[in-house]
Design a protein around this ligand. Structure first.
Ligand SMILES: NC(=O)c1ccc[n+]([C@@H]2O[C@H](COP(=O)([O-])OP(=O)(O)OC[C@H]3O[C@@H](n4cnc5c(N)ncnc54)[C@H](OP(=O)(O)O)[C@@H]3O)[C@@H](O)[C@H]2O)c1
Length: 289
């Protein structure tokens, strides 16, 4: 497992920097002048001290969720499987937003990779507040027949097993899914996506069964489900085997959510203390026959 860490100020360094900036600001203001770096001060003060691990954060929805959480003052462990340059770009944006970003390369279906990623979290932050289970797949052609279940069910549960000991009361797990998976068995699914829908629904149900155990530890689970997301790769792959699928769904639903809209809903579900464990947040229309 490759590991690449972008070092940003540690929590204690951050306090020192804020303290220094506040003292400097007060001194200048008594002289009738202004601090030249108010944005830096604002960013430091914006910290919630919370830490999120976002799986599949190198691109698409996971990258956008990481940015939205960083805007809300959360430091991010940016997990990626293979797209290191993209993950580094995500981390740089997080840094520009004033937050800490740590890169953790890990194929979450590989135990040794997950061990390495957990070690990075322990070494860099010592605990986690949020786990965003965003990474997903199952349409890959070069994988075994049970790969969708390995990734969307087994790996999700194992990641929860490994991160629970790092979470404190008040921690939250967010499982990101699709309407096609959430309603699998109740509403029709296009053939190509069926193994993904079945495995993601199995993953969601397996996590829901753990709500009592999570509640005992003060950890909540929120599921965020999205319609087809405009411009993303999965609907484009589905379109190849079912031409016209995206336009038909757009017409039926009125509008498809964008990556930004979905990501904002996921970030909101992550930090909103008013949400109850087991809640499902729907993004985009859930109507189809
Ligand atoms: N796109 C949609 O229309 C849509 C609709 C509803 C819900 N969702 C949900 O939104 C989430 C993100 O979807 P997306 O469209 O952004 O997906 P995507 O573009 O296919 O990106 C998948 C992400 O997961 C990572 N990943 C894949 N397999 C992995 C593995 N074995 N270990 C670690 N990381 C892995 C990828 O990493 P690399 O880049 O390094 O390979 C990538 O960052 C998924 O849970 C999906 O079900 C998507």
């Amino acid at each position: 497992m490759l590991q690449f860490i972008i070092q940003f100020p540690t929590v204690s360094n951050s306090y020192q920097m804020v303290s220094t900036l506040l003292q400097r600001s007060a001194a200048l203001s008594s002289e009738g002048q202004k601090l030249k770096c108010p944005n830096t001060l604002n960013r430091m003060l914006n910290s919630t001290g919370k830490i999120a691990l976002v799986t599949g954060a190198s691109r698409g929805i996971g990258a956008a969720v990481s940015h939205r959480l960083a805007e809300r003052g959360v430091d991010i462990v940016v997990n990626y499987r293979s797209k290191a340059p993209r993950a580094e770009a995500v981390a740089e944006t997080i840094q520009r937003l004033g937050r800490r970003a740590v890169l953790a390369q890990a194929d979450i279906t590989q135990e040794s990779d997950v061990n390495g990623m957990i070690q990075i979290v322990k070494d860099q932050f010592s605990h986690l507040d949020y786990l965003i289970l965003n990474a997903s797949g199952g349409l890959e052609k070069d994988k075994p027949a049970d790969y969708a279940m390995m990734l969307n069910l087994t790996a999700q549960e194992q990641l929860v097993d490994r991160t629970i000991p790092l979470m404190q009361p008040g921690g939250r797990i967010v499982f990101v899914t699709s309407h096609l998976a959430h309603f699998y068995g109740q509403k029709p699914v296009h053939g190509l996506y069926e193994p993904v829908a079945a495995s993601k629904q199995a993953g969601e149900q397996a996590l829901r069964r753990r709500i009592p155990e999570l509640t005992d530890k003060g950890i909540s689970l929120i599921v965020v489900s999205g319609d087809l997301i405009e411009g993303t790769i999965t609907p484009k792959l589905m379109e190849r085997s079912s031409p016209g699928l995206i336009e038909a769904r757009r017409e039926q639903a009125g509008v498809l959510p964008t990556v930004e809209e979905f990501a904002r809903a996921i970030a909101e579900a992550c930090v909103d203390p008013a949400r109850s464990s087991g809640e499902t947040v729907f993004v985009g229309s859930t109507d189809w026959e």
